[in-house]
Design a binder for this molecule. Sequence first.
Ligand SMILES: Nc1nc2c(ncn2[C@@H]2O[C@H](COP(=O)(O)OP(=O)(O)OP(=O)(O)O)[C@@H](O)[C@H]2O)c(=O)[nH]1
Length: 201
Amino acid sequence: MSMEDYDYLFKIVLIGNAGVGKTCLVRRFTQGLFPPGQGATIGVDFMIKTVEIKGEKVKIWDTAGQERFRSITQSYYRSANALILTYDITCEDSFRCLPEWLREIEQYANNQVVTILVGNKIDLAEKREVLRQRAEDFAEAQSMLYLETSAKESDNVEKLFLDLACELIREAKQNKLDNNDTAPMPGEGKTISYLSCCSLN
Ligand SMILES: Nc1nc2c(ncn2[C@@H]2O[C@H](COP(=O)(O)OP(=O)(O)OP(=O)(O)O)[C@@H](O)[C@H]2O)c(=O)[nH]1
């Protein structure tokens, strides 16, 4: 895509515990694949994908969940326009860690960042440990939108990225968004959500 083909450059960063499916969500969306035996992401730098969504250029950053990479990933989501906070519906632990991730968002993210909570692996319904209602209540209390996905079965993955892109475009058009690549001042993070403009279904 050349520079003239788009008006905005958005940065979407996936965060959440190791193994919840961040890499698989990105690969499903960007390549239409569910890779067998997906290995752990090491750091972040080589997991950036640039895609065109609704005629705009969107960079999707896949961060690693492991504690030892946290200090790397923090600096990467400072300039994020949107955060996809992911947990695994079959893993209670990944849900219990959400407040910890929210504290990081508070501390490091742009105060205009759009945050969406995603419960992944809904194809494993029989192994579910986190009830949908519980996650919805949590998301509502934090003013986040909530979506359940399956990277494996491709459920809601397109919707997730397209709805986010639409919201970012809408906000940018209202001049609410800091669109440049410079890091915003940390410390005033808050979560907002109103994905409305062009939902797929
Ligand atoms: N059944 C099922 N398995 C999934 C799904 N998404 C991911 N997985 C599996 O979960 C494991 C972890 O997936 P990753 O995408 O590597 O998880 P991650 O969050 O990127 O992990 P880190 O890179 O370590 O932070 C892999 O074995 C995937 O095959 C899903 O939607 N359904």
